[in-house]
Each structure stands twice: as structure tokens, then as C-alpha cells.
Design a protein around this ligand. Structure first.
Ligand SMILES: *Cc1c(COP(=O)(O)O)cnc(C)c1O
Length: 395
């Protein structure tokens, strides 16, 4: 809790402690020095994490790597797209997503995103023909219309990669997000539901994609034999693909594994906390939290809302300042200098494309962290602080 005059604003940046069970395993690894995933003949922590994660999500194969960005890159490389292939991505995402496309020697095509933070399906359908792949980033855990995306992509024979970095635990029409497309990628970076500092994992049911990604992740010589069920495919690809060495090490797996049984509880708490704050914000005529889509059961650990009506940029900045005065950090995506989620800041892509819908959304969309550990009193403090700050500016 941080002091803010007489009030106590909750600290939304601190992490939760790592479960006690991680300590004994880390101690064991430190004592033996067995940190490399391929040293032990079997049951290395990274290998156990892969089988546990695949079981948790209901997919056939999982490959743990150094980050979600690495997983996105490997997923694209594993699709064996021709150099310069177009990859559709939502224009509202984190800079790591277009970066992974650039690393894979492909060309990102940015698709408009509506004020509900989801892919604009008209723009998607218009830009899809001729694409080599689709990479759907479920930004901040908001799921785009995966039924429509899969229908259009399947009809065109275009593979879909899901960037589920922020969607662990989200369910779409009864299916786990990350298992709807051909490949799903998740993050264990500290601001995600499972915290290992850094780390990522990709899942797929496709043995060829899994094998190719395993080889390229750095399973050199015969290390691929430690990935169950893929011998034929891995033997085929060994030495035919370059190694990028994006492996996860055992210490990370030791930190992640005891958190997996906590995912369901964190998802429940996160959703309840989000909906509690959303109900308060939606009581204001100046603020709106977009509804989830029908088939979507979300797993949020932050809240996004729009400033609705004729807010000026200055009023939006005043609102941010008023919230800050109450100890709450509100980020208007498009109004924070150099924001990595504003597409016009991705200068590595060249000139920013014309995307008026996404731009308008980013200029009025607000972002507030709501870690799942917050108490109801802390959530209520945040909700009231946001509401009062809007009142300060808009009356
Ligand atoms: C965090 C995040 C990433 C990047 O994950 P890393 O593990 O840090 O590489 C990619 N996409 C989204 C939507 C994210 O939230």
C-alpha cells in the first residue's frame, strides 16, 4: 500500500509471492547445477512443465521457450512461409507482435480494431486474400470473433496463430484460447497471470509444426528425443533447420510449475474483480467498459474502458492526472508518450498506415492494472478513484 495524502491506494505493480513449493525444487537444482533442460535423461523440470501445460490446455504438444515473443517467432518460422509473406495482425497489440513478424522475414499487415478492442471483421476480410498467415493477438485478454476468423481463414487455407500471452484461462465457445488456431503462444513474463520474470510456451496439435519449432528452439543433435511422440518428424528436420536457441532453462520451469494449479482460482478472482470495477465504471455516462463477445469467458488481470462523449485530449490528460492524484495510474494508450501499444510508434515498420478506427480508439481507451490478488476494498477504491476523476473533469 502506498501513501497518498490521507488515502491508501492499492499497489497494483507488486507481484504475488511464488508458491513455497518452488523453493525446494530450486534448491535441488542449485545444489546439482542441473539447469540446462537437456542434461537430465528424463523428467527435467522444463519437460515436465511442457507435459503439464499441454494437459492443462488440452493440446497434444507444448514447447517451452524464453518468451512469448520467441514462441510467436518460432510459430511463424515453423509454418515455413515464403520470405516476405503477409501476416495479418491486429493494429492494437504489443510491439513484440509486429516485431516477431519482422524477425521471421514476413510483412505485417495491420488490421483495424474497433472500440471494443477486437479485430474489425470487415477490414480483416478485406485484407485476408493473399496472406500467408494470421496472427491474432488477444490484446489485454480481449478475444476477437474467433468463429468468424477461423471460418474465413480456414476457407482460404490460411493458418492462424493465437497470441494468447494475456489470455491464459480464457475460454471461447467452450474451447481454451490458444487451442482454437493452429498454434497458441503464452507468456510467463511478470505482468501475466503466471509469473516467472520471463518465459513463454507454444502449444499445437500439429506434429510437423511442433517438431520444426523444437528443432529451431535449439534441440540440437539428439536432444529432440526428449520431446515425446515426435521422433519421426524431429529426425526428419534435424540439421535441416537453423537453430535459434530460444530454450527455457530449468529454474524458470521450477518457478512456473507450482503456479499452474493456481490458474483456475486466479482466473475466477480476476474475472470477479474486473466485473466488480466494470459495473461501477459503467454507471458513469462518461465511461464505458465494452461487453465481452457472446462465446467469450474472459480471464482479465487488468481493465480497459473508453472515455465516451466529446472528451478533448486535454480533458483525457486531466483525467489521468486526477486519477494519479488519487494514487491510480490510468494510461490512455494513445496519449502516453512512446506507448509500445500504439501502432504509430512502431517506427521499425516504416511509415504508419492509415488506421482511423484503431487510432480513434487508442486516443480514448484507458488501461488500469487489476492484479487478481486485489481485495474487494482495494477494487472499490480503484473504481471510485476513476469515477471521481472523471467527475472532476466532466462534472
Ligand atoms: C506480454 C505480451 C507479449 C510478449 O510476451 P513476452 O513473453 O514478454 O515476449 C506479446 N503479446 C501480448 C498481447 C502480450 O501481452
Amino acid at each position: 500500500m502506498a501513501h497518498d495524502g490521507q488515502t491508501l491506494a492499492p499497489n497494483v505493480y507488486d507481484s504475488e509471492p511464488i508458491p513455497e513449493a518452488a523453493r525446494a525444487e530450486i534448491d535441488r537444482l542449485l545444489s546439482s547445477g542441473d539447469l540446462f533442460r537437456y542434461t537430465a535423461p528424463c523428467d527435467a523440470p522444463v519437460a515436465l512443465l511442457e507435459s503439464e501445460f499441454a494437459a492443462l490446455l488440452g493440446s497434444r504438444y507444448a514447447l517451452a521457450v524464453s518468451s512469448c515473443s520467441a514462441a510467436l517467432f518460432l510459430a511463424l518460422k515453423a509454418l515455413d512461409l515464403p520470405r516476405g509473406a503477409k501476416v495479418l495482425i491486429p493494429a492494437f497489440t504489443f510491439a513484440a507482435v509486429p516485431s516477431s513478424v519482422v524477425h521471421a522475414d514476413c510483412e505485417p499487415v495491420l488490421v483495424e480494431v474497433g472500440e471494443n478492442y477486437r479485430v474489425d471483421m470487415e477490414d480483416f476480410a478485406r485484407k485476408l486474400p493473399g496472406a500467408g498467415a494470421v496472427m491474432i493477438s488477444h490484446m489485454r485478454g480481449h478475444t476477437s470473433d474467433m468463429d468468424a476468423i477461423m471460418r474465413l481463414s480456414d476457407a482460404a487455407g490460411i493458418p492462424v496463430i493465437e497470441d494468447a500471452a494475456h489470455s491464459l484461462g480464457t475460454v471461447w465457445g467452450g474451447r481454451n484460447i490458444g487451442t482454437v488456431g493452429k498454434v497458441g503462444c503464452f507468456s510467463f513474463q511478470s505482468y501475466k497471470l503466471v509469473n516467472a520474470g520471463e518465459g513463454g510456451i507454444m502449444i499445437t496439435d500439429d506434429p510437423e509444426i511442433a517438431a520444426r519449432a523444437i528443432i529451431m528452439s535449439g534441440a540440437y543433435e539428439t536432444n529432440w528425443k526428449k520431446h515425446p511422440g515426435l521422433s519421426n518428424s524431429c529426425a526428419h528436420w534435424q540439421n535441416k533447420l537453423p537453430l535459434y536457441n530460444l530454450r527455457m532453462q530449468n529454474l524458470s520451469a521450477a518457478v512456473i510449475r507450482p503456479q499452474l494449479p493456481l490458474v483456475a482460482e486466479r482466473v475466477e478472482k480476476g474475472r470477479a474483480g474486473h466485473d466488480r470495477v466494470a459495473a461501477v465504471l459503467n454507471g458513469s455516462i462518461h465511461l464505458a467498459v465494452p461487453e465481452p463477445l457472446g462465446p467469450e469467458l474472459r480471464a482479465p488481470d487488468s481493465i480497459q474502458f473508453n472515455l465516451v462523449g466529446d472528451w478533448t485530449d486535454q480533458q483525457a490528460l486531466d483525467f489521468q492526472a486526477a486519477a494519479k492524484g488519487r494514487g491510480i495510474t490510468v494510461q490512455v494508450f494513445g496519449l502516453t508518450e512512446g506507448n509500445a501499444r500504439a501502432f504509430w510508434n512502431w517506427q521499425f515498420l516504416g511509415d504508419a498506415p492509415e488506421l482511423p478506427r484503431t487510432r480513434a480508439m487508442l486516443m480514448r481507451a484507458c488501461d488500469v492494472r487489476l492484479p487478481t490478488r486485489l481485495t474487494e476494498a482495494e477494487l472499490d477504491y480503484i473504481a471510485e478513484a476513476i469515477l471521481d476523476s472523471a467527475k472532476d473533469v466532466r462534472g
